[in-house]
Design a protein around this ligand. Structure first.
Ligand SMILES: [Zn+2]
Length: 238
């Protein structure tokens, strides 16, 4: 038993040495986190993914030492938006919350608070995507049934905002505008309902940015911070 214990601790030590090389950990800045995601997405677009942190060693070290993801991503559940794949990252890298229409309600915001406050991820990305069925359904006033109804209600303000900002838009143009507005809507909902997240942004420990994933090209375009972030953060005494 003693030999096994010694062997195990040696493996853990080796794992920790190697993991520093490949593990961006939670010590990276928001800007460095964005850079890592851009680099990974670039490899994915080019078909040169390296699949970092996908091996047995990484699995063992993260299981033994806990998780230190460098980014939190709220994205759609759409099967064409596999977050770790499109950013070419692996085990323990990205804290992912996926829900139809990348909406931010209670469970999603609670998960975000765990990631940004407890785990300390320095970056939160709200990732919308082209041809989003959830947003399209709301734009087209499709009849929503059962438990999909609350998701539609969360998306609805984004569709109203998209129509207001560009009243002449229709068809795919309106859907694309609504998909972008829905990213901003999720960020607004997070700031409105999560003083914990707002406080981390105000203290400079967290950056929250929007992004859009093109399911055809594989490209992620970066939208930056919410255009009204200052006002949103100062609302309601945050
Ligand atoms: Zn979607």
């Amino acid at each position: 038993m003693k030999k096994i214990a010694v062997l195990f601790s040696v493996i853990c030590m080796l794992g920790s040495v190697f993991s520093w090389a490949a593990d961006p950990a939670a010590t990276v800045s928001p800007e460095e986190a964005v850079k890592l995601l851009k680099e990974g997405n670039g490899r994915f677009i080019a078909g040169t993914s390296q699949h970092p942190n996908n091996d047995l060693q990484r699995r063992n070290t993260t299981a033994a030492q806990g998780q230190h993801p460098f980014v939190t991503v709220l994205s759609c559940s759409d099967s064409r938006v596999p977050v770790e794949v499109l950013f070419d990252r692996g085990v323990g890298d990205i804290f992912v919350i996926r829900v139809a229409g990348n909406v931010a309600n209670g469970d999603e915001v609670g998960s975000i608070e765990y990631a940004v406050d407890h785990l300390g991820t320095p970056l939160l990305v709200i990732l919308g995507h082209t041809k989003c069925g959830a947003v399209t359904a709301v734009v087209q006033s499709a009849e929503l049934l059962g438990n999909i109804i609350p998701i539609g209600k969360s998306i609805f303000p984004a569709v109203v905002a998209a129509k207001k900002s560009n009243p002449k838009a229709s068809g795919d143009a309106l859907i694309n505008d609504a998909i972008k507005a829905n990213v901003w809507q999720a960020i607004e909902d997070i700031y409105r309902t999560s003083p914990i997240t707002a406080a981390r942004v105000k203290s400079g420990k967290l950056k929250v940015v929007g992004a859009l994933y093109d399911i055809e090209s594989g490209n992620v375009s970066w939208l930056g911070s919410h255009p009204k972030e200052g006002g949103l953060l100062s609302d309601k005494g945050h």
